[in-house]
Design a protein around this ligand. Structure first.
Ligand SMILES: *[C@@H]1O[C@H](CO)[C@@H](O)[C@H](O)[C@H]1NC(C)=O
Length: 402
C-alpha cells in the first residue's frame, strides 16, 4: 500500500530540448501496477486503459504538446515540439489513467523541463511526407531512428534532429479505406546544419516537376535508401532555409497563450433594486381605456333611455285612415280570439275527420287522443276504409255533426 501511494505521487521529470521533437510514451504496463490484478493470472495484460492529459490546473494540454492513443489496448504517446519561448519554467502535465474494466483511475505528474539548445534553430529544415506510416508508428523511437539514419545517409550533416511530426489527418488528409493496410500518412520535419544535398534537390528539376504535375512519381536517385521501410512522396517534400526566409508580416492577431486573464472575483449585481414609477403605465393601460369605456357607456345609456322614439312617433307618421283600419282589424281579431276561448276544448272543424266521399258518413280519426295532422291523410283511401266502417263513439265532437 505504501509503495503504491508513493508511486502514484512520484513525479517523472523529463528534459527535452527546445526545437527538437519531444516524444513521451505513456506505457500501459507502467500504470497497470496501480490497478488490482485480474482474478485469473495472464489476463491482466489486457486491461483497456485510456489516458487523459492536461496542463496542471487547466483543462487541456499546452498548445505545442499533442497526444495520441489509437486503442485502449495500445500505449498513449505525448509528442510535440517545444520552442524557445517555453524554456525556463517547468510544464507539469497531469496524466490520468482510466482502467475501463474496473473503472478505477490513477494519476501521475509528468514534469517537462524544456532546455535551451545553442544549436537551435537548425537552419536547414526539410519536411518529408511518408505515405506508409501512421503518426504513432513513426513516433516509436526505433522507427524514427531508422528514418533519421536514412536521411543522414543521403544528406551527410553534422547534426540532424527531428523537429516536428504531424499526422496527415491534421493537414486535411483523409482516413484511408480499411483495405490493403493503408495508412494515413505522416509529415516529418527534420533540421540539419548543412546545405540540402543534391539528392534532396533532385525533385526541383524540370523533369520531376513535370512528373509531379502529372501525378507521376518523380525519379529520385536516393529514394532506394528509404524504399525498404518508408514510402516517401517526393513531390510533397519542402525544403526551407530559415536563414533566407523573409519575415512575413501578417495582420493576424496574436493568438495568445490560450489561457484567459484573471479578471478578479465575480461581482453579482446588488440586491437592492431601484424602485420604478408605474404611474404612466397605469395611465396608459388602465385609466385611459376605462375613461373611454365610461364615456361610451354614458352615450349608449342616454340614447337607450332618453332618446327612444316609440309608438307616438309611429302614430304621428302614419295616415289616420291606416290607423283606423289597423285598429279595427286588431279589434275584430281580439274579439274572435275571445270568442274561441269560450268554446269547450274541441278540435277545430278543419282538423276533424273527413266525410266519407261515397256514403257521406264521418270517418273518425284513428287515434283521437293523439291526433297528428302529419300522419293523418287528408283523404282516406278505399282500403283503409274497409276496417273503419264502424263509427266509434265520438263524445267530444259529437254535437257538431249529429
Ligand atoms: C509542429 O506541427 C504542428 C502541426 O502541424 C504545428 O502546429 C506546430 O506549429 C509545429 N511546430 C513547430 C515547432 O514547427
Amino acid at each position: 500500500m505504501v509503495t503504491i501511494l508513493s508511486k502514484s505521487h512520484a513525479d517523472r521529470n523529463v528534459y527535452p530540448s527546445a526545437g527538437v521533437l519531444f516524444v513521451h510514451v505513456l506505457e500501459r504496463e507502467y500504470f497497470k501496477g496501480e490497478f488490482p490484478p485480474y482474478p485469473k493470472a495472464g489476463d491482466s495484460s489486457n486491461d483497456p486503459i485510456t489516458f487523459n492529459t492536461n496542463l496542471k490546473g487547466y483543462p487541456d494540454r499546452p498548445g505545442w504538446l499533442r497526444y495520441i492513443q489509437r486503442t485502449p489496448h495500445s500505449d498513449g504517446v505525448l509528442y510535440g515540439s517545444p520552442t524557445a519561448e517555453h524554456v525556463g519554467k517547468p510544464t507539469i502535465i497531469e496524466i490520468t489513467a482510466y482502467n475501463k474494466r474496473t473503472f478505477e483511475t490513477a494519476r501521475h505528474n509528468l514534469v517537462i523541463n524544456i532546455m535551451s539548445t545553442e544549436e537551435f534553430p537548425l537552419p536547414y529544415q526539410a519536411e518529408f511526407f511518408i505515405k506508409n506510416m501512421n503518426v504513432e508508428e513513426m513516433l516509436a523511437s526505433e522507427v524514427l531512428g531508422d528514418f533519421l539514419g536514412a536521411v543522414k545517409n543521403v544528406w551527410q550533416p553534422e547534426r540532424l534532429n527531428a523537429i516536428n511530426i504531424t499526422s496527415a489527418l491534421d493537414r486535411g488528409g483523409r482516413v484511408p479505406l480499411p483495405i490493403n493496410d493503408l495508412k494515413e500518412g505522416v509529415y516529418v520535419m527534420v533540421g540539419a546544419d548543412v546545405q540540402f544535398s543534391s539528392c534532396l534537390r533532385e525533385v526541383e528539376t524540370p523533369q520531376n516537376q513535370l512528373r509531379c504535375s502529372q501525378e507521376m512519381e518523380p525519379v529520385i536517385s536516393c529514394d532506394k535508401k528509404f524504399r525498404a521501410q518508408f514510402h516517401i512522396d517526393w513531390c510533397k517534400i519542402s525544403l526551407v532555409d530559415i536563414t533566407k526566409v523573409v519575415a512575413v508580416h501578417s495582420n493576424r492577431p496574436d493568438p495568445g497563450t490560450g489561457v484567459l486573464p484573471d479578471i478578479g472575483e465575480y461581482n453579482p449585481p446588488s440586491e437592492s433594486l431601484k424602485s420604478r414609477d408605474y404611474f404612466t403605465d397605469f395611465l396608459i393601460t388602465l385609466a385611459v381605456p376605462s375613461a373611454v369605456a365610461l364615456v361610451l357607456f354614458i352615450i349608449l345609456a342616454y340614447s337607450m333611455c332618453c332618446r327612444r322614439e316609440g309608438v307616438e312617433k309611429r302614430n304621428m307618421q302614419t295616415p289616420d285612415i291606416q290607423l283606423v283600419h289597423h285598429s279595427s282589424i286588431q279589434k275584430s281579431t281580439k274579439e274572435l280570439r275571445s270568442m274561441s276561448k269560450n268554446r269547450e276544448i274541441a278540435w277545430p272543424l278543419s282538423t276533424l275527420p273527413v266525410f266519407h266521399p261515397v256514403s257521406g258518413e264521418v270517418v273518425p280519426p284513428l287515434h283521437p287522443d293523439n291526433y297528428e295532422t302529419t300522419s293523418m291523410p287528408l283523404m282516406q283511401t278505399q282500403t283503409n276504409l274497409q276496417n273503419q266502417i264502424q263509427i266509434p263513439q265520438q263524445q267530444s265532437s259529437g254535437k257538431w255533426y249529429s
